[in-house]
Write a protein that binds this ligand. Structure first.
Ligand code: FMN
Length: 191
């Protein structure tokens, strides 16, 4: 078991929509991934993560929203037609896209950073669950989706922190990654 978890953690990569085959994943698999997200640690048992799942025509609607927001917020001299089209295509290639949100603690006892940290733990569970199932995913944080994007129609106290794209990777995909030495990022106190 230790070996398995070590392998999944290190094998996990961000897999971007251009690397997805465009095939659809069964909703039941997405529910398994969300179920694992739900087991993340969280302070005061607030379970602050909230997920908004886009699939099928929902993906097209989200693609339109992101592309139009890009157009709206980009000065004409900086606007790139290619990026506009690419934004829509990212969604078409994906199987599901999940908006990653939190519900702020109504009692105010848990600070927002802790709710966001708990969401991040939930997202890592999703990443690892995708890896273990041979699925690709990545956390995308476009400015247009941070806060309260109108497409989500979020209730009071909810806030969005980006999108998780999920898709079936094209065959033979090999993604390399590197990390600096953990010893350089760690300090031990024996006394
Ligand atoms: C909070 C967060 C936000 C991210 N936002 C983006 C993003 O907007 N665009 C992007 O290309 N990657 C984004 N990523 C993914 C990183 O690019 C990716 O994790 C990094 O390159 C390391 O690669 P790995 O995930 O394969 O280890 C984000 C990751 C995190 C944790």
């Amino acid at each position: 078991m230790i070996n398995d978890i070590d392998q999944v953690i290190k094998k996990r990569r961000s897999v971007f929509p251009a690397m997805y085959s465009g095939q659809r994943i069964d909703d039941s698999v997405i529910n398994e991934i969300l179920e694992n997200a739900n087991w993340a640690p969280n302070h005061r048992k607030t379970e602050p993560w909230r997920f908004k799942v886009f699939a099928d025509e929902g993906l097209l609607r989200l693609g339109e929203f992101l592309a139009e927001k890009y157009k709206e917020t980009t000065p004409p001299e900086k606007f790139k037609e290619m990026k506009y089209k690419k934004t829509r295509k990212k969604l078409v290639n994906s199987s599901h896209v999940i908006a990653l949100c939190i519900q702020k603690d109504p009692s105010g006892l848990v600070p927002e950073w802790e709710e966001l940290a708990a969401l991040s733990c939930a997202v890592q569970n999703m990443y690892l669950s995708c890896t273990a199932r041979g699925l690709g995913c990545y956390w995308s944080s476009p400015k247009t989706m941070i806060g309260k994007p109108t497409i989500l129609d979020l209730p009071e106290g909810q806030q969005c922190y980006g999108l998780m794209y999920i898709g079936i990777p094209i065959e033979g995909l090999e993604l390399k990654a590197e990390r600096g030495d953990i010893l350089a990022k760690t300090k031990w106190f024996y006394k």
